[in-house]
Design a protein around this ligand. Structure first.
Ligand code: PMP
Length: 352
């Protein structure tokens, strides 16, 4: 054989989200809030102006301005990407160099480790505590001891839904030499964002996305907010026309709807609180072992027989995420959450 696949990608299979026509989708942490008809009309109007034969604006300038205005950050430190997945791929492939060492936590967003494997990164997997929280003291010790140059983690965390306070994250930034990359994909649902601190430290950068609270997972929009030197390098390394024109234009329009966005996030938080309280009631059943506190739009639970319960929910046309021995359930609309609780209770009663 002339060509054999290299070891780093040999056994990989394509990422396959749950497919099928499930009535209720609570598996991907998306927003359930639909766009307003006014926004849709504005999209339709904007379409008339788009020059489809031309390349997009390489710097996605108006989009980045809308992002910077909505979040109150310095526009010069914002760069847009084709989803944060593209950004993660660039960071891990280009920003470690030959001698860099990446650290991620077990458990955290699975793409971090996937890209580390694809790019043959020197990887250190850091432990979490038994209650799935992060010990800052222990982490600082390990980062120093192992000579880590880049720490990447989600805050609040997908999948645990737990968060580290601003103060704790800043300890990692100030007490280690590593570049601290905080993936704030779910931070619109919590109040500990460090976006406004970017630029004050040369080793802190934040990732953000429009796929969660902003409700635009379909458009694939991710953002880096980073100190000037890192921003300059990101812009040099990314491919020139990485964000397509439709996503730039639509994303800008929605990011300019501050009131709608704040209301949508507040409503999602209310629904998540309801869902979490209801799931906590189910601790009365032996199968539900733990329901973790949540700083996000989803709830993480430890479940005996998680696979069977996941299957039973699928049979009732409800998709959640199974990560044995856990289930991760995204907060949906009131109707969706009520259906989930009703069906889950039924299943637990049947199996008890
Ligand atoms: N970071 C985290 C922590 C996520 O949970 C996700 C989506 N599941 C992403 C990044 C990816 O976001 P995007 O849709 O912008 O690629």
């Amino acid at each position: 054989m002339k060509y054999d696949l290299p070891q780093n990608i040999k056994d990989l299979t394509a990422y396959e989200p749950i497919t099928g026509n499930f009535k209720i989708r609570l598996d991907a942490n998306e927003s359930y809030v639909p766009l307003e008809s006014l926004q849709l009309q504005a999209f339709a109007d904007a379409l008339q102006e788009i020059e489809f034969n031309r390349y997009p604006d390489s710097g996605a300038n108006r989009l980045c301005e809308a992002f910077a205005t909505y979040y109150g950050v310095n526009r010069d430190l914002v760069t847009a990407f084709n989803g944060s997945d593209e950004l993660l791929s660039i960071l891990i492939s280009a920003f470690l160099g030959k001698n860099g060492k990446l650290a991620v936590f077990e458990q955290d967003f699975s793409m971090y480790r996937l890209y580390a494997q694809i790019y043959c990164a020197d990887l250190e997997v850091l432990p979490k505590e038994d209650d799935l929280s992060i010990s800052v003291d222990r982490t600082i010790g390990l980062l120093r001891e192992k000579g880590v140059t880049m720490l990447l983690f989600s805050n609040p965390c997908n999948p645990t839904s737990l968060g580290l306070s601003q103060q704790d994250v800043l300890r990692l930034v100030t007490e280690t030499e590593a570049l601290i990359i905080v993936d704030e994909a779910y931070m619109d649902f919590w109040d500990q964002s460090l976006l406004k601190s970017v630029g004050k430290y040369d080793n802190l950068m934040i990732l953000s996305t429009c796929s969660k609270a902003v409700g635009l997972a379909s458009l694939r929009l991710g953002f880096a907010v980073a100190p000037a030197k890192i921003t300059q390098a990101l812009r040099a390394v990314k491919s020139p026309y990485n964000v397509n024109t439709l996503s730039q234009v639509f994303g800008q329009l929605v990011l300019e709807s501050a009131e709608y966005l704040k209301e949508a996030a507040a409503e999602i938080i209310e629904n998540r609180k309801w869902l979490q309280a209801q799931l906590q009631e189910l601790l009365a059943y032996d199968e539900i072992e733990d329901v973790y506190p949540s700083c996000t739009n989803f709830v993480f639970l430890k479940v005996k027989g998680s696979k069977q319960i996941y299957q039973a929910l699928l049979e009732r046309s409800i998709a959640v995420r199974e990560m044995s021995p856990y289930l991760r359930i995204t907060a949906g609309s009131g109707h969706e959450n009520r259906a989930l609780i009703r069906e889950l209770t039924d299943i637990l009663k049947g199996e008890a």
